[in-house]
Design a protein around this ligand. Structure first.
Ligand SMILES: [Zn+2]
Length: 198
């Protein structure tokens, strides 16, 4: 049975999302505000949902509309908080949880009362620069990037790495089949790529 969008009742209080916020992060902050679990909050919009992770990666065909109604926003705004539109080359490099962070944005979020907010770029394994402030992302576990400072031996690779970052986001095909793209800079030197198994 196809549910009508009117089945989803909008929340009375909506928290402003931080720039580049991940949908699951926004849902979780609302769950904290209303005193329910994140999955319970997600099920207000999608009763059949089985995990909050679905909100970031696998929204059903009408799910964005139901979530948008719950949070009184537009479907396009909801989709922009997910990885739904990523090309395969980028989607396969999305981590299941935050692996890095932008220190400057995290501090800004904290000042805005959203200290727990997680930005979408923090799960993007190919991302080395913050899309909001353009500062370097830092490995969440080590709190340091392989390209972290001017004294880094990889400093001269920074511009090439930024170029590779842009190519991965745009590339419509899996990168391993595209010989024109040199991803070696990112894949060898990015902290998460060094420890992950694709
Ligand atoms: Zn930032």
């Amino acid at each position: 049975m196809i549910r009508d969008l009117g089945d989803t009742k909008p929340l009375p209080v909506i928290l402003k999302p931080v720039p580049d916020e991940l949908l699951s992060s926004w849902i979780t902050r609302h769950a904290d505000f209303y005193g329910v679990s994140p999955l319970t909050m997600f099920r207000h919009a999608i009763p059949e949902a089985t995990s909050l992770r679905q909100s970031d990666t696998k929204l059903g065909p009408t799910a964005d509309g139901h979530i948008a109604r719950l949070f009184r926003t537009q479907s396009t705004a909801i989709l922009a908080m997910t990885t739904s539109g990523f090309p395969k080359s980028a989607a396969r490099l999305v981590a299941p949880r935050a692996i890095q962070r932008c220190t400057a944005c995290a501090e800004q979020n904290r000042w805005q009362g959203a200290a727990t907010a997680v930005q979408r770029s923090w799960i993007e394994g190919w991302r080395i620069a913050c899309p909001v402030c353009r500062q370097r992302q830092h490995d969440k576990r080590e709190r340091i990037s392989a390209l972290a400072s001017p004294s880094s031996p990889f400093e001269d690779l920074w511009e090439d790495a930024l170029h590779g970052e842009r190519l991965i986001r745009r590339c419509p095909k899996p990168f391993r089949h595209d010989a024109s793209i040199d991803h070696s800079t990112i894949l060898v030197h990015h902290p998460w790529c060094r420890r992950s198994r694709f």
